[in-house]
Design a protein around this ligand. Structure first.
Ligand SMILES: [Zn+2]
Length: 287
């Protein structure tokens, strides 16, 4: 995993005027994008010491307050959205797999074998990866919470499919797809929805776990459309969203702008549009 300093960090709130000239252009652009839509309501998400970097597609690198590294859906080498400097991970402690498709299971097996990372998945993928030689694997199923010491992870529903492509072109049953709610020692809660359409029980996820920040697919056609993702935001009651899983392939045509427009009635919503390699600054506090 690249050192945290290697990731380009954007502030979810506008930096003080005296700091603006020193910020890279992309930082200013993203900040302005956010401010343009929500100028009256901008409030930074308090990340509780958690560093979150978007690697592209549905892949995120997360560093806990205690310095442990997590990758959710580690699709790196073949991920066309993944910056080169993020492809060769040397240091990762946890891998979280939402489902078995290539763009999510990705590099999990070789990465887990090389690093010894604790790998979390549903039971079917657990069986698959342990059969491939992954030794440190943890099965979870919907409704259950695994306490991994540095954070807790709860498996929640996702509406999608979850097969694994065999090397001979066969389809291996991959169990049911998952979303994850991560709770860190600081109390900060992060929801990665995995690949999913909207479902009414997202309201339950909001009621039970009240995530501070949600990573929501918006790509349309094979996951939620921006229209559905906007209503998912309402059901979850979440006020901070990073759109993901869009634009990587022609069949993911949804855009952050469509999502932002569809969600424009949601009071106090912050939408953080991250380019691959950009992250959210954990040091910024809610103003
Ligand atoms: Zn996907």
């Amino acid at each position: 995993m690249p050192r945290p300093e290697a990731a380009e960090i954007i502030s979810p709130v506008r930096p003080p005027p005296q700091q603006r000239p020193g910020f890279p252009k992309t930082v200013a652009r993203v900040c302005l994008y956010t401010l343009a839509g929500y100028v009256q309501e901008v409030r930074g998400v308090e990340l509780g010491g958690v560093r979150i970097v978007y690697v592209g597609h549905a892949t995120f690198q997360i560093t806990t307050p205690g310095g442990k590294n997590i990758i959710i859906d580690p699709w790196l080498q073949e991920n066309p959205a993944c910056p080169e400097e993020f492809k060769d991970v040397q240091d990762v402690d946890f891998l979280l797999i939402t489902h078995g498709h290539f763009d999510h299971l990705g590099d999990a097996v070789p990465l887990a074998q090389r690093t010894g990372a604790t790998t979390v998945s549903n039971f079917e993928i657990y069986s698959y990866i342990t059969g491939k030689g992954v030794e440190n694997a943890v099965p979870v199923q919907k409704g259950g919470t695994a306490d991994l010491g540095d954070f807790k992870v709860t498996a929640v529903n996702a509406f999608h499919s979850s097969s694994i492509a065999g090397e001979d072109g066969s389809i291996i049953y991959g169990g049911e797809p998952l979303g994850y709610v991560l709770e860190f020692e600081s109390g900060f809660k992060l929801y990665h929805a995995g690949d999913t359409g909207i479902f009414g029980d997202m309201r339950l996820i909001g009621e039970l776990y009240a995530p501070d920040l949600a990573l929501l697919p918006i790509g349309n056609q094979v996951v939620m459309s921006p229209y559905e993702a906007a209503h998912a935001t309402r059901l979850l009651g979440v006020k901070n969203v990073v759109p993901m899983h869009y634009g990587t392939f022609p069949f993911l045509p949804g855009t952050p702008e469509e999502y932002r427009q569809a969600a424009s009635d949601i009071s106090g919503l912050n939408v953080y549009v991250l380019e691959p390699g950009q992250g959210l600054d954990p040091t910024v506090k809610t103003p």
